[in-house]
Write a protein that binds this ligand. Structure first.
Ligand SMILES: *Cc1c(COP(=O)(O)O)cnc(C)c1O
Length: 565
């Protein structure tokens, strides 16, 4: 101890003359400046320093993103460009709205409550009229995803379960012990499917997006509790947009990791390099939505273990396929709680679980993670308020229907549907890969087949297929389209019909591969090339706006003009 004191004293003795020198020099300079100036300079300089720091370091958006955003904001304020954009947007808005108007035909919009309630008979007739607007026939397998089962006997079970529990609300477990038990059982059955131990737990949510939001929220809250002020999440670019939604809602920085261009699986080395002290979550999908590839979750989990970061498996799409693939006779990588390091899994009961829309589960390996998802307000005058998920009141009827669907299929039922769906998907992938002019992206191991082309604009193919009644999903970066195979596509003849139509359309396109693309394809192609992404967002906003349009179709020439909208 004395040695240390002596050393410090020695050091001070040597530097003392220099410090004295500096002091005299600084005072000499300051002699020329008045006191108020010193205060003003100090204040100004600090201000500049802080602003500069805030400009360079932001806890949510990167510097390049913000510079680009500011640049485009500036450009868009230039008068000529501003007018041009306004005109263009107006045109687009009208176009989208007209599109929706076509969808309702001659039916008028209702703008006010009916003065008097309608009879049940009248309501049912009206509902049938609305129902008749549907033009795309999903029951023939013309649609990608969207309707996952659609069989009448299941519909009856779901509707009956809904009817019995129509008035229940899991917000009141004391009033509705039946629904509480069912929700707990849905979670437990899912934990078992994913090989969770007795510590595993979860919640029923309103859909995959809510499951993902909750996981991100839980990990953000956990990270904050562990002293991370600005938690960040790392996801493959192919991860579902719900993660971006979570990052935006909960103010987290998001890092997107590129995927291998051939396998479409996340580049694990790039993911490792992106990890920093603020990372609160790593994500992998099983499978991912765009191309149906399964990310290397064992590798991601190993990273999580090594750096002590939680890992989420997004099994929203694969939730009721992947757990049954082995029993259905397919080899599949392990992506569940058997992998050390995987701390949560999202699985959509309302996709291949065949439950009605509005249900999904979020599962955790341990209650220690789930507790950060819960919300409690102990001081509310309305009572001590505690809720497990984003919603307050929830539909018990949806939980009952979900429970009913799971009991209806049972393990053997899901193994059977998995067998059909995976077999059909792989068959379609194999047949499509034989067609000259297009190629299959990634590894369609589960239920999604995506295709692209080196020879022509792939959106021409989706336009051509749309003409024959098929509705596929457009994808971007890279331009491609996909079919998400549901139980409906496993019906006899459906897959072959699809393959036949693709063959025909590709052959036609290949006669003139460089021809221009119109329709939705043109829009998608253009949208990818717009450097100002906020423009794309703005135009997409018009679409959402138009969804709420209740503007009646233009009246016939002599007709009366309708009132306000
Ligand atoms: C469908 C899906 C989700 C969640 O979507 P919801 O529409 O909210 O149910 C998340 N991840 C993947 C991979 C999905 O396919």
């Amino acid at each position: 101890m004395e040695d240390v004191t002596r050393v410090v004293k020695d050091v001070l003795k040597t530097v003392a003359p220099y410090l004295e020198d500096a002091r005299v020099k600084v005072n000499g300079v300051c002699d020329q400046i008045e006191g108020w100036q010193i205060i003003a300079y100090t204040f100004g300089f600090t201000l500049i320093l802080v602003s500069l720091y805030n400009f360079i370091f932001d806890e949510e958006k990167s510097l390049t993103f913000r510079i680009k955003r500011s640049f485009f904001k500036f450009v868009k304020r230039l008068p000529i460009i501003k007018d041009q954009i306004a005109k263009e947007i107006d045109k687009n808005a009208k176009g989208v709205e007209e599109g929706f108007q076509k969808g309702v035909g001659k039916m008028k919009y209702i703008h006010k409550l009916p003065a008097k309630g309608l009879s049940e008979k009248k309501i049912m007739d009206e509902l049938d009229r609305y129902h008749s607007l549907v033009k795309v026939d999903w029951s023939k397998g013309m649609v990608s995803g969207a309707v996952y089962n659609g069989e009448d006997n299941l519909t009856n079970v779901l509707v009956e379960a809904y009817r019995k529990f129509a008035w229940t609300n899991p917000l009141h477990p004391d009033l509705f012990p039946d629904i509480r038990k069912m929700e707990a059982e849905v979670v437990r059955m899912c934990c078992s499917m994913f090989n969770g131990d007795e510590k595993s737990c979860g919640s029923v949510t309103s859909g995959g997006t809510e499951s993902i939001l909750l996981a991100c929220l839980a990990y953000r809250n956990r990270a904050r509790e562990n002293g991370i002020k600005f938690p960040e999440i790392i996801v493959p670019v192919t991860a579902h947009a719900a993660f971006d939604k979570a990052a935006e809602f909960f103010h987290m920085k998001m890092t997107h990791i590129p995927v291998d261009p051939v396998t479409c699986k996340v580049d694990i080395r790039k993911m490792r390099r992106a990890i920093n002290k603020n990372t609160c979550l790593l994500v992998g999908s099983a499978p991912q939505f765009p191309h149906g590839s399964i990310d290397p979750l064992e590798d991601i989990a190993a990273l999580g273990k090594k750096y002590n970061i939680p890992v989420h498996t997004d099994c929203c799409l694969g939730g009721f396929l992947v757990p049954f693939m082995e029993k259905a006779g397919f080899s599949v990588p392990i992506v569940d709680f058997r992998v050390p390091g995987i701390t949560s899994i999202s699985a959509d009961t309302h996709k291949y679980g065949f439950a009605p829309k509005g249900s999904s589960v979020i599962l955790y390996s341990d209650k220690d993670y789930r507790k950060h998802q819960f919300f409690v307000q102990p001081d509310w005058p309305g009572g001590i308020y505690a809720s497990p998920t984003l919603a307050g009141s929830r539909s018990g009827a949806v939980i009952a229907s979900c429970w009913a669907a799971m009991m209806y299929f049972g393990e053997s039922g899901y193994v059977e549907t998995t067998k059909k769906i995976v077999t059909t998907t792989r068959y379609i992938a194999q047949e499509l890969s034989k067609i000259k002019g297009i190629y299959v992206l990634g590894e369609p191991q589960v239920s999604v087949v995506s295709i692209a082309s080196h020879d022509f604009n792939i959106f021409r193919l989706s336009d051509a297929l749309a003409d024959t009644g098929f509705s596929l999903n457009p994808l971007q970066f890279p331009s491609s389209i996909h079919l998400c195979c549901t139980l409906i596509h496993t019906h006899p003849g459906v897959a072959d019909n699809f393959i036949k139509e693709v063959k025909k359309a590709v052959a036609e396109i290949m006669k003139d591969p460089k021809a221009k693309c119109g329709g939705i394809g043109a829009i998608y192609g253009m949208a990818q090339s717009i450097p100002d992404r906020s423009m794309v967002s703005e135009i997409a906003g018009l679409f959402l706006d138009a969804c709420y349009s209740t503007k009646d179709p233009e009246p016939e020439k002599n007709g009366k003009v309708n009132g306000k909208h």
